[in-house]
Design a protein. Structure first.
Length: 408
């Protein structure tokens, strides 16, 4: 990547390899973007097309990211991490998605990047040594289990129960939409240690564990999906699953505040991934519009083609800049809930529009797998749905920013 211009202390970077549409980047993030892009260049879009067609876990990519230490980008240095901020991690994840890997690529490392934030903040020293080091080295993979079949976004109503027995706990219940459980060695799971009917407030009685995902005690059933076939999503059932008390993170009954610590960070990180996949689609459509000749001229000469593409760039770039502001606020310790929800909403909507525009601009070729944009369109629906819906993002902003009465 090379600097091509300087505007108000921001540098416009253009990848030497054709992996990125031109963007205004902050100089202090250029090293992250360039370094990650070099790794991604070894995994062309043909690799991701094959991964998607065969639903094969992208182990080679994950190993390459781990080898260069990127799985520890936000982790403390004493455990092998780089101790960088959320803004750096967001640039990293945007670059991965934008390289052509889309959500398949970013999801293969996503949990390792942010998922153990509760362990970093609330775990004891022994747990940090035991859990963080192998995760950063890429020797262990983790999955995250919170949502249950009967609760959805109503997390406080979850029913799965952990009962104390001797030096451990016995778990009974179920989880759904748990990604990477087919390949993960570890699981971060939120369950009740006090039944819902026995607590004064629903936020009480929830406890967090990080433990081995023992498939002899846990049934893991894959859910077939519209997109992102290579990164599995699952439903889990367990009845009599025994785990050691040493794998409990923090105190009993304080699990909800622990997962809340990482929720805004996750929304910001996912927003970066969404913008990345939007830019990937826009790159394909822009190239196609320049090269496709119909009636003796490039179709990009028609404003019916070029204007929607230009509009998508405006939407993606403004969203990206707001994401950087949200990440910077989080890194500096400010309450960033309104920004985290705003960028989650904007990124999901604008990335979807960019991918839809790309498919339509390319016509029949946009519907062909070999041109990749149909894969991006199938995957970009994810940030409109998860980990929180666009409607819930707007609910938060209406209530917390605009002082409207709570609607749910």
């Amino acid at each position: 990547m090379q600097a091509t211009a300087l505007y108000n202390n921001s540098i416009v970077f253009e990848f030497i390899s054709p992996q990125c549409i031109r963007q205004i980047d902050f100089p202090w993030k250029a090293t992250v973007r360039e370094s990650v892009a070099k790794i991604c260049a070894n995994f062309p879009e043909s690799y991701w097309l094959d991964i998607d067609n065969t639903a094969r876990w992208p182990s080679e990519f994950q190993e390459a990211i781990a080898k260069d230490g990127w799985l520890g980008i936000m982790m403390p240095s004493e455990y092998g991490g780089s101790e960088l901020g959320l803004a750096d991690a967001t640039v990293m994840m945007q670059t991965i998605a934008e390289s052509g890997g889309g959500y398949t690529a970013s999801s293969s490392v996503h949990m390792n990047i942010f998922g153990l934030a509760p362990v970093v903040k609330y775990g004891n020293e022994e747990q940090k040594r035991r859990f963080l080091v192998p995760l950063i080295e890429g020797k262990e993979r983790a999955c995250f289990a919170v949502t249950e079949p009967n609760t959805g976004l109503d997390t406080l109503r979850l029913q799965s129960l952990a009962t104390r027995e001797g030096d451990g706990y016995v778990l009974k219940g179920s989880k759904i939409w748990t990604s990477t459980a087919q390949v993960a060695e570890k699981i971060l799971i939120l369950v009740r240690t006090t039944a819902l009917e026995d607590v004064k407030k629903p936020s009480e009685g929830l406890t967090l564990f990080y433990t081995d995902l023992d498939r002899t005690q846990v049934s893991v059933t894959e859910i077939k999906k519209m997109g992102r076939a290579a990164v599995d999503t699952n439903q889990l059932y367990f009845d009599g699953w025994r785990i050691p008390a040493a794998d409990r993170i923090g105190n009993e009954g304080e699990g909800f505040k622990m997962i809340m610590h990482g929720m805004n960070a996750e929304r910001i990180l996912l927003s970066g991934e969404a913008v990345g996949i939007g830019y990937a689609a826009l790159r394909h459509a822009s190239n196609y519009a320049r090269e496709r000749i119909v009636f003796g001229r490039p179709i990009g000469k028609n404003q019916g083609i070029s204007h929607p593409l230009a509009k998508s760039w405006c939407q993606l770039e403004s969203t990206r800049l707001m994401i950087m502001q949200a990440a910077k606020m989080w890194d500096e310790g400010y309450a960033s809930g309104e920004y985290a929800n705003a960028v989650k909403y904007l990124a999901g909507e604008n990335a979807f529009t960019a991918c839809e525009t790309a498919v339509c601009s390319m016509g029949g070729m946009g519907y062909a797998k070999e041109y990749h944009v149909e894969r991006f369109l199938r995957e970009v629906i994810i940030p409109r749905l998860a980990p929180v819906s666009r409607e819930m993002c707007l609910n938060y902003i209406a209530e917390k920013v605009l002082d409207q009465p709570r609607s749910y």
